[in-house]
Each structure stands twice: as structure tokens, then as C-alpha cells.
Design a protein around this ligand. Structure first.
Ligand SMILES: [Mn+2]
Length: 464
């Protein structure tokens, strides 16, 4: 087995190392300072002959062995690096020092510097941050333990972040849906949100403000009371819990309030709670939280903090890839596939624009077709359009280095319908009636011609 030679400067650092506990393959040596007695730190032996190539040679370093040099003193570290280089030029060197700059060390091809104390310090700070989260969990549980029925209130048209958070909070409180239902003033509508509640088997109940009276506890996640109207229903202005990452609002009371505006998702806060409370995160919950973070941050792009990254990494190890796939790629219905087939038979990519007109389809087919359209060779913009109810709905995807999709779509629907989105994905809705009034008809050929024209103009700017 390859060995690690640890060379400590003085008894204090050697004792610190001994207290932390040496690794199995570590050979511990120390160089006593002039003023130090030779009282041997446990497990350590003196580096015979001091810091010189001969002393290092006596350790008999072999191929694959490594060195750690532990000191806060430049002269010590410079001699140590030089001595190792002279004896074992190929051996990697880890310098552990909080004070000495790597630039002040002799040239070495395989040398890393890290702080010994800062290493431990970082871990201590992390533990205190866990402790703070544990305290929040304890308070949450204390506050709600005696309540009969706690409503977990989400924003209207609840999104994956909110749904995942309520689901996690319910687990943290040790409750099931009868005593802690997910509730909202508006139903889950967007296809991707519906796909999530279906795949996870989570129920979100739509309630009226009056129905809040049946709850003797209310917790808001991923939302704050003042979002619910102007003025909001009186009952939500005084609640038990608010956990959110949106900008902090005033004008309401909450016994417990945890708002972290620097976070990309509220699911990150709940993930930290689960970690702090050392709760087992089952695949369903792990997948819900992972998807919550993924969708709120556009896969760790927009507004992502390092806390989101860490929560995501943790959740990645306990989520179910199959379940995530089912949420993100809902099964396409047969008639949707046939509509896609007809649209593909007319596929053309013009000026980087790939437009697929589907006719009447289920709404969730449209974004999936737009995704697919982006794969066509030469495509910078993919648009899938279809009729849903009495609306013309279109989804837009782009390659990411062109104009922002949301901006383009807002320009196109202006005066006709609604639209918006982000850098690389967007959605527009135009009532068929409004489309007909402006363009005469709303058949596939007209939709194709009008959308292509509009996108060309919007993407290329106003040079025609
Ligand atoms: Mn959110």
C-alpha cells in the first residue's frame, strides 16, 4: 500500500494531527522546535536528522508514496519541499498551511496547498449551519405538533418547487395527507406541473378562502401571504409558517419565517432541513425536491446559489431517475404522435427556424415537440404550435446563444395574446378568435405562414 508521510513542524501541529486521528497509511513524523522538549506526540516519531534530504531518504519513499508538509512557517516549508524534491522528485506534495502562500514555495510539479485549520473550520461552520436548520425543524415541529389539521398552502397553479416543498414539510412534520393536505386557491394547470403531481401521486386540493377555517394550522411554502390578492384573504395574513425564497414582503404575521432570497429554490431550504434532521430521503421525495430545484433554476442556470448546487448533489444520490424521466417526458398520446407525424412530413428548416404545426393536440405534446424540433440539423429556433381548447398555443426552444426566447415571444403575441419565458424556452398563447380576426383564418397553412413571418422578423430584428 502506498504510504503518506506526514511531516509536522513542532509538537503543537503534530498533536493536532494526532487528535484528529491519523489515516491508516500515514507515517507520522515531526521536527521538534528548538524550545520544545522531546515529549513525543502520540503516534509520531522524530524526523531523524532534521529537515534535510538525508532524513527524508531514511523514510525510504517509494513510487506512489505522498507527502504532507504541515507548518505555518515559510522557512520550514521551503526546506521541506526542497528536501522532498531532492530525495523523491516524483512524490506529490500536499502543503498544509493557513499562512504560507504557494508562490513563496520552491517550484514543484505536483504540489497543492491547503489550510489545515481552515479545513477544520469549514467543517465546523457547516455543522453550525446544519445545527441552525435543525433548530428550525425543532421549532416547526413544536409549533405544529398539537394541531389537528395543518394546511400546506401553495401559490395558485402550484409549481414543482412549491409542491416538492410542501411534500417535504409534511414528511418533516411526520404527517400524512389527511392531517396535512397540500392546498391552493387555484388548481394545478400547467402540463409540466400536472405531470409532476401525477407521477408522484401527490394530491393538491383547491380551496376557497372560507374553507381555510377548517385548518387549525397554516404553513406557506414557496409563497408569501400578500401574493394572494390585494387585499389578501384575512386568514392568510396571520399564519404559522412561511418558508420562501422570493423577495421578502411585509404586511403579514408568521410565527416562523424562513426566507432566503439568495436561494434559487425553496426546495433547497427544505432539503437542508431534511439533512439537518437526518431524515431518510426516499426516492419519491428526493425526486420531487430535485425536480423542484431543477425547474426553478432552469437546471442550475438562472439564480443558482452554491446552496442549491449542494442540495442538488445530495438529492441526486437519493432520487429515482425513472421517476424523474416520467415527470419530464410525459408519455405522448397516440393522436399527438400522429399529429407530430403529419407535421414532420412537412418539415423544413428555414434561416435556422424549424416550425412544426400540429393541429389540435393535448397541451403537453407541444413543448415536447418543440424540444424534439430543436434536434433538426441547422436549427437555431424550434417552434411547435397546436390548438388547445380555443387557443393557439406555441412553445419555443432555441440553442441558447441567440436572442432570448421570452423576449421574442412577447413581441410576437403583443396585442393578440399572452406570452413569455426565459433565455432558451418560451410559450405563447393567442386566442383562435383573435388570430382569425387579424389573419382571416386559423388553419395549419395560415398558422405556419404567420408564425414563420413573425419569428423571422423578431429574430432578425427590424431590418426589413
Ligand atoms: Mn420557488
Amino acid at each position: 500500500m502506498a504510504r503518506r508521510f506526514i511531516v509536522c513542524d513542532g509538537a503543537e501541529l503534530a498533536r493536532l494531527w494526532a487528535r484528529i486521528g491519523a489515516g491508516e497509511s500515514e507515517e507520522l513524523t515531526w521536527v521538534p522546535r528548538d524550545d520544545e522538549s522531546r515529549a513525543r506526540p502520540p503516534g509520531f516519531r522524530v524526523l531523524q536528522g532534521g529537515l534535510c534530504p538525508e532524513a527524508i531518504a531514511k523514510l525510504d519513499p517509494k513510487d506512489g508514496d505522498e507527502f504532507a508538509l504541515v507548518s505555518e512557517e515559510g522557512p520550514f516549508l521551503r526546506s521541506a519541499v526542497a528536501a522532498v524534491s531532492a530525495t523523491a522528485p516524483e512524490a506529490p506534495v500536499l502543503v498544509m498551511s493557513d499562512r504560507v502562500d504557494p508562490d513563496d514555495l520552491p517550484e514543484h510539479r505536483c504540489l497543492r496547498r491547503t489550510g489545515l485549520r481552515t479545513q477544520i473550520r469549514d467543517d465546523i461552520d457547516l455543522e453550525f449551519s446544519h445545527l441552525g436548520n435543525l433548530q428550525r425543524v425543532v421549532r416547526l415541529r413544536d409549533l405544529l405538533v398539537g394541531r389537528e389539521k395543518v394546511g400546506l398552502l401553495l401559490q395558485p397553479d402550484p409549481d414543482p418547487d412549491g409542491i416538492a416543498c410542501a411534500y417535504a414539510l409534511r414528511a418533516l412534520l411526520g404527517r400524512k395527507s389527511p392531517t396535512a393536505p397540500l392546498i391552493s386557491f387555484g388548481e394545478v394547470k400547467r402540463p409540466e406541473n400536472l405531470a409532476m403531481v401525477r407521477a408522484l401521486g401527490i394530491e393538491v386540493r383547491t380551496v376557497t378562502p372560507e374553507e381555510l377555517d377548517e385548518f387549525d394550522g397554516i404553513a406557506l411554502v414557496d409563497v408569501q401571504p400578500t401574493v394572494f390578492g390585494d387585499p389578501p384573504p384575512a386568514r392568510v395574513l396571520s399564519v404559522d409558517v412561511v418558508i420562501d425564497h422570493h423577495p421578502e414582503r411585509s404586511g403579514y404575521d408568521a410565527v416562523i419565517r424562513d426566507i432566503r432570497t439568495g436561494y434559487g429554490a425553496t426546495a433547497t431550504i427544505l432539503t437542508e432541513y431534511l439533512q439537518a434532521a437526518e431524515m431518510e430521503v426516499r426516492p419519491k421525495l428526493g425526486t420531487a425536491l430535485l425536480y423542484g430545484i431543477k425547474s426553478d433554476t432552469q437546471l442550475l442556470g438562472r439564480d443558482t446559489s452554491s446552496a442549491d448546487m449542494q442540495a442538488f448533489a445530495f438529492l441526486h444520490s437519493c432520487h429515482s431517475p425513472a421517476l424523474l424521466r416520467r415527470i419530464e417526458r410525459p408519455a405522448l398520446p397516440e393522436d399527438g404522435l400522429r399529429a407530430l407525424g403529419r407535421a414532420l412530413s412537412k418539415t423544413e428548416v428555414h434561416d435556422g427556424i424549424h416550425l412544426l404545426v400540429l393541429g389540435r393536440v393535448r397541451e403537453d405534446v407541444i413543448p415536447q415537440v418543440a424540444e424534439l424540433g430543436l434536434q433538426a440539423e441547422g436549427t437555431e429556433w424550434a417552434i411547435a404550435a397546436g390548438i388547445v381548447g380555443s387557443d393557439l398555443v406555441f412553445s419555443v426552444r432555441n440553442v441558447g446563444y441567440v436572442r432570448a426566447a421570452g423576449e421574442v415571444v412577447r413581441g410576437i403575441v403583443e396585442g393578440l395574446g399572452v406570452g413569455g419565458g426565459h433565455r432558451s424556452m418560451a410559450k405563447g398563447i393567442i386566442p383562435v378568435k383573435a388570430f382569425r380576426e387579424t389573419h382571416g383564418r386559423c388553419d395549419a397553412a395560415t398558422v405556419r405562414r404567420v408564425l414563420l413571418d413573425a419569428f423571422r422578423r423578431a429574430i432578425q430584428g427590424d431590418d426589413d
